[in-house]
Each structure stands twice: as structure tokens, then as C-alpha cells.
Ligand binder design. Structure first.
Ligand code: F6P
Length: 320
């Protein structure tokens, strides 16, 4: 292995830059060359790529987003698109690939490996924390901290006006962001796709809270569970409370990565390079119980990444 490629794909996540830095510097440390592929699989197909050196990744450790840019490529889902990417693999002399992204990106990497035999190692980078085989994905911790920061701010105004707030957070089909941020931020109710809920029960809880003197309430809704606007409307109808809705949207994805995400990104990126050098392929690096581990992509793709039910139950108990 003399030359590897690295790309970021799918939704950006804070810490992706820290991971690119780790891949580039670890590879160069071992005498490898690195080709940075821009705009994910789109740039792979369009030959939007070039050599990276130690300075290419200077001053990026604390920056959100990805200096390589990212995309969701429909062309890479086709055999023709992947064949074009393979032409660029040959043209640029790439012998192994590090893909930083989510499960859609990993599916593309796995098919590419099966069709063309180029070794691929995947690194989980998504705010959703919805990937089997790893306890955490790069960007999740930063996103959760962004949401907690927003809850703190909203609580100030909610208390002042004695209002109920519904906050909708991202996560696609996963309730992990809502659950972690809800527990950390003391949300009164957390609505996630993994656990059934009904708005009547939430309203009963709100009314009980008012009875015991609560001045405000914050309800966290994962986008995969329901629309924040709909929930807010229903609560207002059923309780008559002055209910406001905030959809946090893409601000959850940005900002300087937390120390946790930077360290995770550094460890995972370095491990990905080690695995390529050891001749491994079709694997994802992840963290489990604090240890960096490699899991075959067959055990990752399409496999469930369950929420922590104990955390959910605790959040309920503590928010009574
Ligand atoms: O997968 C990351 C994520 O931020 C999800 O939480 C969200 O549903 C989706 O991406 C939004 O995608 P886009 O940025 O393309 O609107």
C-alpha cells in the first residue's frame, strides 16, 4: 500500500476535519501518500481530487464541517457511476480508500469493493449516531451539545413567559440526539421513533407539572418521531397552553467539534489507516466500551442501532 484516498460523504458532521487530519498525518507518518477526494462520491466520479500533505490539514482540528466538502451522490448508486470512479482510482494510483460518512456512504463503499476489489475502510461520521458496531459516531457529541445549548437558551425565555416549548431535533430515523440532549437538558418529555407515545399523556404530564408549580416545559421531539409543529399544535389544542415550537435544523450540524469528537475522530482515522496497511478491507472502525474496534461491514449495514432504554427510563423518572 503506497497511496490511499480519503473522502467525506453524506451529511457533514463536526469532527470530520479532525478525522481527515488524522488519516492524512497517520498515513504520511507511515510513508504513504494521500489523495483527498472532494465532494464525496461525486468528486470521486468527476476526478475532483488531488494530493494532500501535512500542511493541507493544518489548522482544521477545531473546524466544523469538512474541508473536503461532501455530497449525497445518486450517480455512485449506479454501476456506470462506480465504473467512472474506478477509472479515477487507476488514474490516481489509489490502492485503498477511507470513507468517512454514514450508512448510505458505507453501502456505496461496500458495493464498490465488491465490484472493483479496492480495499475500503469506513469511519462512522454522522450526527445521528445510528450505526451498528460503534457506540458513538463522529459529530454526535457536538450535535448533542448544540442541542443542550439551545435548550438552555430556550429555557430562559420559556421561564420568563411561563410557556411550553416544543423543540424538534434531527436524527433521521433515530432518537439518539433527542434522548441524549433531553436527558442532559432536563426535557420534560422526549419523543423518539423507537418508543410509542401519545400526546394526551404528554399533556397530562404538563398539567401535573403546572399543578406543582412548574413555570415552563420543554418537550424534545426527534424528527423521526413526529413533526414538532404538529405536536405543538396538538398540545395547544388539548391544554390551551401558550406553546411555541422551535425547529433547530442544521445549526445542530455545525460548530467546533467537542474534545470528545476530536479524540474519537483522531483514533478512528488513525485506525482506518492501520487497517488498510494491514491489508484489511470492507470494515468499519468504531468505538465500543472505550476500545477502538473493527467490524465487518456485513455486520454493520442494515443492522439496528438500538437506543439506550435505560437512559430513556431514567430521563422519564428525572423529569417528573
Ligand atoms: O444524517 C444527518 C442528517 O443531519 C439527519 O439528521 C437529517 O435528517 C439529514 O441529515 C438532513 O439532511 P440534509 O442536510 O440533506 O437536509
Amino acid at each position: 500500500m503506497q497511496r490511499i484516498g480519503v473522502l467525506t460523504s453524506g451529511g457533514d458532521a463536526s469532527g470530520m476535519n479532525s478525522c481527515i487530519r488524522a488519516v492524512v498525518r497517520k498515513a504520511i507518518y507511515h510513508g504513504l501518500e494521500v489523495i483527498g477526494i472532494r465532494r464525496g462520491y461525486s468528486g470521486f466520479i468527476d476526478a475532483d481530487m488531488g494530493p494532500m500533505n501535512l500542511s493541507s490539514v493544518a489548522d482544521i482540528i477545531g473546524r466544523g464541517g469538512t474541508i473536503l466538502h461532501t455530497a449525497r451522490s445518486e450517480r455512485f448508486m449506479t454501476r456506470e457511476g462506480r465504473a467512472m470512479a474506478m477509472e479515477n482510482v487507476e488514474r490516481f494510483g489509489i490502492q485503498g480508500l477511507v470513507v468517512i460518512g454514514g450508512d448510505g456512504s458505507f453501502t456505496g463503499a461496500s458495493i464498490f469493493y465488491q465490484e472493483h476489489g479496492i480495499p475500503v475502510i469506513c469511519v462512522p461520521g454522522t450526527i445521528d449516531n445510528d450505526i451498528a458496531g460503534t457506540d458513538y459516531t463522529i459529530g454526535f457529541d457536538t450535535a448533542v451539545n448544540n442541542v443542550v445549548d439551545a435548550i438552555n437558551k430556550i429555557r430562559d425565555t420559556a421561564t420568563s413567559h411561563e410557556r411550553t416549548f416544543v423543540i424538534e431535533v434531527m436524527g433521521r430515523n433515530s432518537g439518539n440526539i433527542a434522548l441524549a440532549a433531553g436527558l442532559a437538558g432536563g426535557a420534560e418529555s422526549i419523543l423518539i421513533p423507537e418508543i410509542p407515545f401519545n400526546v394526551e399523556d404528554i399533556c397530562k404530564k404538563l398539567l401535573n407539572g403546572i399543578k406543582r408549580g412548574k413555570l415552563h416545559s420543554v418537550i424534545l421531539v426527534a424528527e423521526g418521531a413526529a413533526s414538532g409543529l404538529e405536536i405543538g399544535k396538538k398540545i395547544k389544542e388539548l391544554t390551551g397552553f401558550d406553546t411555541k415550537v422551535t425547529i433547530l435544523g442544521h445549526l445542530q450540524r455545525g460548530g467546533s467539534p467537542t474534545a470528545f469528537d476530536r479524540i474519537l475522530a483522531a483514533r478512528l482515522g488513525a485506525k482506518a489507516v492501520e487497517l488498510l496497511m494491514a491489508g484489511e478491507t470492507n470494515k468499519m472502525v468504531g468505538i465500543r466500551a472505550g476500545e477502538i474496534v473493527a467490524t465487518d461491514l456485513t455486520e454493520v449495514l442494515g443492522k439496528p442501532s438500538p437506543i439506550n432504554k435505560e437512559m430513556y427510563d431514567l430521563a422519564r423518572i428525572l423529569s417528573i
